[in-house]
Design a protein around this ligand. Structure first.
Ligand code: ASP
Ligand code: MG
Length: 429
């Protein structure tokens, strides 16, 4: 279908100006049909997670404080964009906040993950309500689609899997029809959220809006999906901790998958597969400089790179597991370890084994790590170190390795032809 699929993220759309900027970007594509995917504004999802945490801990005071802050943040933006209180956006936003408030007033009746999805998904509801009304105000022909009626998933809350058949059908029914009837108009929906078979809200994992855009692009058979980012494109390192990153003009899907897998935050790891499968180019572009070219991620037989790519993951735990009886790490042990990891949905970022021990480096998610260690301790001797960093360098050079490891305490090193990993202690402050 000849539709532009555009995804906007919270890092760029974080203020009234951010909302206005979206409208300016759309102006650059006059007459085009466009499907927009928006995530929560600014750091709202983090705030929603804190709110949820207080709710779970029954800390009503902190919970209400967080709630009020999130509400004030959104209302400030609404005031700045719509001025007086007569605009319908005010009642609509109020009613969404009221719906959230009702949930928070009740005792929790569902498990952690399910409650998470119910609460945290409101971030995207707030943001799309505001953008929708703003674009209407700007005179655009636009329709807001409820992502929970399009993105059908299973009920693995917090990490829901797409039900491709149902999703394809819903997109056919709703989006195809819309764009066929209204050429040159705009559809908008929430990233990150979906609906379980029982009709409950689900989420696709943090930063999942990119993936939503990929799923929609795939089902709509478009040629390109564009994600507008607060960086000029895909860089060879995160500018937050690297002061001279280089922008890559192109990236092969294969490389993109490797980068996402090792934790490059530029896109959600699941984003690439549907795009690669349907041969859809991913265009990563600058939200702040929309006239500039970004990075094209696409199918490329031969892709060459002359610069190393650095990926850093913070807050890592290195767990070292050995059999109690000093026996060698045998297949049964390994399979037992991986069964435990899988059952707790823990992803091993790097693994390494020696004769009598097996090491895994994992993200320090306290909800998962404590039960993981407890479970492993039932069978094995377990030691662990937390507060670590995992560095991955693709296409490494001696100089690149030096840059990362010089003067640092290395706890684990692992090297293959194109990739090197280091688990390091944080540098002394
Ligand atoms: N708002 C969600 C998050 O911050 C999804 C996204 O941004 O893609 O994780
Ligand atoms: Mg976000």
């Amino acid at each position: 279908m000849n539709v532009e699929v555009f995804k906007f993220g919270g890092a760029s759309v974080n203020s009234a100006d951010g909302i206005r900027k979206v409208a300016q970007i759309l102006d650059l594509f006059p007459g085009k049909s466009m499907m927009l995917i928006l995530s929560a504004l600014g750091k709202t999802t983090n705030a929603m997670e804190r709110m949820l945490h207080h709710y779970m801990e029954k800390d009503a005071v902190s919970m209400v404080e967080e709630y009020n802050q999130v509400k004030a943040y959104h209302l400030d933006i609404v005031h700045e964009l719509f001025g007086d209180k007569t605009h319908p956006v005010f009642t609509e936003i109020e009613s969404h906040f009221e719906a959230l408030h009702r949930i928070l007033r009740q005792d929790r009746v569902t498990g952690y993950d399910e409650t998470y999805d119910r609460v945290v998904s409101f971030g995207e509801i707030f943001s799309t309500t505001i953008l929708y009304h703003y674009l209407v105000l700007e005179g655009l022909e636009i329709r807001l689609f409820d992502a929970t009626s399009i993105l059908h998933t299973d009920n693995s809350f917090r990490d829901a899997r797409i039900d491709w058949k149902k999703t394809q059908l819903a997109i056919q029914k709703q989006l195809f029809t819309f764009f066929q009837e209204k050429r040159g108009s705009i559809g908008l929906t929430q990233g990150f959220i979906g609906r379980s078979p029982e009709g409950k809200p689900t989420t696709l994992g943090r930063e999942g809006s990119d993936f939503t855009a990929a799923v929609i692009g795939y089902c709509m058979r478009v040629k390109k999906v564009t994600v507008w980012k607060d960086v000029p494109g895909v860089l060879n390192a995160d500018p937050i901790w690297f002061d001279d990153p280089e922008k890559l003009d192109t990236l092969s899907f294969l490389e993109a998958i490797e980068l996402a897998y090792y934790g490059a935050k530029i896109f959600h790891p699941k984003t690439i597969k549907p795009l690669e499968n349907a041969n859809i180019t991913l265009d990563v572009r600058s939200f702040h400089h929309p006239e500039e070219e970004g990075t094209l991620v696409k199918n490329m037989q031969e892709w060459k790179i002359s610069t190393p790519i650095f990926i850093r993951k913070e807050n890592q735990v290195l767990i070292s597991i050995s059999p109690r009886d000093f026996s060698f790490i045998v297949e049964e042990n390994l399979s037992h370890i991986f069964t435990i990891l899988a059952s707790l949905h823990v992803k091993a970022n790097v693994t390494q084994n020696s004769a009598i021990s097996f090491s895994i480096c994992v993200d320090n998610d306290p909800v998962k790590i404590k039960p993981l260690i407890r479970e492993l301790q039932k069978t094995f001797e377990v030691r662990y170190n937390d507060g670590l960093e995992l560095y991955t360098i693709r296409h490494y050079t001696d100089e690149a390795v030096q840059r990362i490891t010089s003067g640092r305490n290395i706890l684990l090193e692992q090297k293959s032809r194109n990739t090197i990993h280091f688990v390091l202690q944080h540098p002394p402050q």
